[in-house]
Write a protein that binds this ligand. Structure first.
Ligand SMILES: NC(=O)C1=CN([C@@H]2O[C@H](COP(=O)(O)OP(=O)(O)OC[C@H]3O[C@@H](n4cnc5c(N)ncnc54)[C@H](O)[C@@H]3O)[C@@H](O)[C@H]2O)[C@@H](O)CC1
Ligand SMILES: Nc1ncnc2c1ncn2[C@@H]1O[C@H](COP(=O)(O)OP(=O)(O)O)[C@@H](O)[C@H]1O
Ligand SMILES: [K+]
Length: 484
């Protein structure tokens, strides 16, 4: 699992490390890594390093200092380096001196555009982890100038104008081709992937000073390690039977998708209970289908909600399922029922895991307000309130547990924004719950497999929820192969 730390934690760790490291050493490590990445990008894009032109956008903090020092290193490799200084009086003195000594030039923002126009690579050293609020006018103007040109932008630590801790964007901001960060990943890198581009992490020796991460991102090996694989002693029951209560006679689609997803996700057995039994049976003959949850038979986890309606019948189904003493993934209509009448949760057997999977609208129903800019905080608040694992859907899905653990998934494009895609996700979560996975891990792994299956199903053209179900085996095959 990759760890991600908030800027407050990073700063604390940096302070500790700074106290025991020679003056300027950390910045030089950071800047050397940055220069290496800029040189690599120059080589990739222009087939050369020496003689190429790099423009540094330099703010008044240490982020600008990193850029200036990197400029000095790049000069040694024959790069023409020009620093556009936002506040010439406040630019990092040692960094500026180093750049000048190495033969780099510095100009004011008035002269910026003419240099930016000729750049092969632009380096964004405007603000880093101490950025507060949207960019001030002069910085915003510089960002807009850089946007006019085709040159790729390398962001120092993070793209300026994007909130370091939430990834939220409010006004002009850098959209980087590559972000070179130092010491550890920060929330912005997971929560604003489209602004960060490719993220390179430079080791500056910070890791031992950092404690437990604030956020996690699952790696493929984590998913491969967690995914249930039957052994010689296993049979169809021992792997965990998942029950699906979804769909209706009028709307059988959700039932077919959620059930199909469960069929594809693990090798055991899937039961279906509801008014779409005939349609489900016809599409998935391996499913044991019945008309009602009361005669569904034993399962090790339930999926409930997609397409069940929010009326009395849906409520009764949810209530029955919550009382079964097995883990439950409550999605879609089940979320709305819980939001409207939370007393339905009284039926819940205390101690059995519950996973809620709201999108932003359902979140608002559950909490009385939208998720806002800080999605990990939003998911954590809902997890606490409902004593449930909360999977907050979106481009970057966040999964929080009541104990505070939170993960962010890696989006692989936006093709998943298609009708029925959420039903597929629920089936994945349910299968993993039935296999006995920790509910936070189950939801986090499901979100990752969902986005990988989405990318494989789409292959850069629009896809559908049915194609997504069919792509689950390919996603799992890839995950298992990558981690061998
Ligand atoms: N502390 C350390 O030892 C290290 C720090 N490093 C670098 O230092 C950075 C943090 O440096 P600082 O704490 O000096 O701060 P930053 O450079 O991130 O930003 C502070 C400066 O930006 C200005 N600023 C803040 N919000 C702004 C806004 N919305 N619009 C325009 N300007 C704004 C402030 O007035 C201040 O001048 C990191 O991101 C990283 O790049 C690295 O060199 C690694 C080592
Ligand atoms: N722009 C996007 N990029 C990536 N994934 C997205 C995007 N929009 C939605 N998704 C994902 O697609 C799924 C949609 O689920 P949901 O809103 O419940 O839709 P439905 O009810 O049609 O199934 C969620 O897993 C969500 O995270
Ligand atoms: K930056």
């Amino acid at each position: 699992m990759q760890g991600i730390w908030t800027t407050e934690r990073i700063r604390e760790a940096e302070d500790g490390l700074l106290a025991v490291t020679p003056d300027g050493e950390l910045m030089r490590r950071a800047a050397f890594g940055l220069a290496t990445q800029v040189a690599a990008l120059l080589a990739e894009r222009t087939a050369a390093v020496s003689g190429r032109r790099v423009v540094l956008l330099v703010g008044s903090g240490n982020n600008g200092g990193d850029a200036l020092w990197a400029g000095a290193f790049l000069r040694r490799r024959g790069v023409s380096v020009t620093a556009v200084l936002l506040s010439p009086d406040k630019a990092h003195p040692a960094g500026l001196a180093a750049l000048r000594r190495a033969g780099g030039r510095s100009v004011s923002t008035a002269d910026g555009p003419q240099w930016i126009a000729k750049a092969d690579v632009v380096v964004d050293g405007i603000v880093g982890i101490s950025a507060r609020g949207s960019l001030r006018p002069a910085a915003a103007q510089l960002v807009e100038q850089a946007e006019q040109v085709e040159a790729p932008v390398v962001a120092v630590d993070l793209p300026s104008g994007v909130d370091p801790d939430t990834g939220a964007v409010d006004g002009p901001h850098v959209t980087a081709t590559r972000t070179v960060t130092f010491g550890a990943l920060k929330p912005v890198h997971a929560l604003a992937p489209q602004e960060c581009g490719e993220v390179a992490l430079v080791d500056i020796g910070l890791r031992p000073s950092l404690g437990e991460p604030d956020l996690y991102r699952l790696e493929l090996a984590d998913i491969a390690g967690a995914w249930p694989v039957p052994g010689p002693e296993d049979d169809k029951y021992s792997q965990g039977v998942v029950g699906i209560a979804a769909g209706s006679a009028a709307y059988p689609g959700a039932a077919v998708l959620a059930s199909g997803s469960a069929v594809r996700a693990t090798a055991g057995m899937v039961r279906y209970a509801g008014h779409a039994a005939d349609v489900v049976r016809a599409r998935w003959p391996e499913i044991v289908a019945t008309g009602s949850v009361t005669d569904a038979g034993r399962v090790q986890a339930w999926v409930v909600g997609p397409g069940i309606g929010t009326g009395t019948e849906g409520r009764d189904v949810l209530s029955h399922i919550l009382g079964q003493g097995v883990p439950v993934c409550a999605d879609a209509d089940a979320t709305t029922i819980i939001a409207r009448s939370s007393e339905v949760l009284d039926a819940r057997d205390p101690g059995t895991p519950l996973v809620l999977t709201p999108h932003a609208g359902e979140y608002e129903r559950l909490m009385g307000h939208g998720p806002g800019a800080d999605r990990p905080a939003a998911a954590r608040a809902a997890a606490k309130k409902y004593d449930a694992v909360v999977l907050l859907k979106g481009h970057c899905t966040v999964v929080a547990a009541p104990d505070g653990r939170a993960s962010v998934n890696t989006p692989r494009g936006s093709w998943l924004a298609t009708a029925g895609s959420g039903d597929v996700l629920t089936g994945l979560v349910g299968s993993l719950l039935a296999a006995g996975l920790d509910p936070w891990l189950a939801a986090s792994a499901a979100a990752q497999v969902h986005s990988l299956a989405g990318a494989l199903a789409a292959e850069d053209v629009p896809t559908s929820a049915s194609a997504l179900v069919d792509a689950i085996p390919a996603a799992l095959r890839l995950i298992r192969a990558t981690s061998h």
